[in-house]
Design a protein around this ligand. Sequence first.
Ligand SMILES: O=C(CO)[C@@H](O)[C@H](O)COP(=O)(O)O
Length: 223
Amino acid sequence: MPRPIISPSVLASDFGNLTAECKRMMKHGAEWLHMDVMDGHFVPNLTMGAPILSCVHKGVPGIFMDCHMMVSEPERWVNDIADAGGALYCFHLEATSNPVSLINAIHDRNMKAGVAISPDTPSSAITDEIGAAADMLLVMTVYPGRGGQKFLERCVPKVAELRARFPDKDIEVDGGVGPKTVDACAEAGSNVIVAGTAIFGSDEPEKVIATLRSAVETAQARH
Ligand SMILES: O=C(CO)[C@@H](O)[C@H](O)COP(=O)(O)O
């Protein structure tokens, strides 16, 4: 079973102090930082791109940037994100017609490749070929585009379907995940937990990170 990983979503952080916020989360035990790249086209919001990621990468030694590309034409940004220090490039399946060649292009730039599905996309859209080529599968538990939304419980069965088909892959959940909703995700087989509001909105983020990790450990010990 792949190891538990907590990836705080920086969308909920103090953007004016992004570098310091990332360092703070790593000090509190976060393995990855979830960098929400939005282009104002695939989703209505605009956030950040390669220049900001590059600054963060230079300012935070050892950071693993889990780049969630909520963008149209994800093929366009592979080189820029790789040059900026991205460690994982996760694109939306809905945004491309050639996912396997995109995964190959990501691997050619020495990044891990993730494939995300939005709430209305079934797990079957991730074919055996796509799933085998990818390093990580992301099941969105809110509609992509903004933080602080309500967790969509109806997305959880997709995690279990994907875990049954891909026992060795990282499976990430993102959107409305926190101490109250993580158990369902972990029980279904998710090992990579993204949380924004639940972590950055807490006075004790280190405790929230520990709780999220312990939920995954407990579920993995049961299976
Ligand atoms: O990418 C997204 C939303 O598009 C997520 O990463 C959210 O930003 C997670 O935030 P919370 O729902 O945990 O507040």
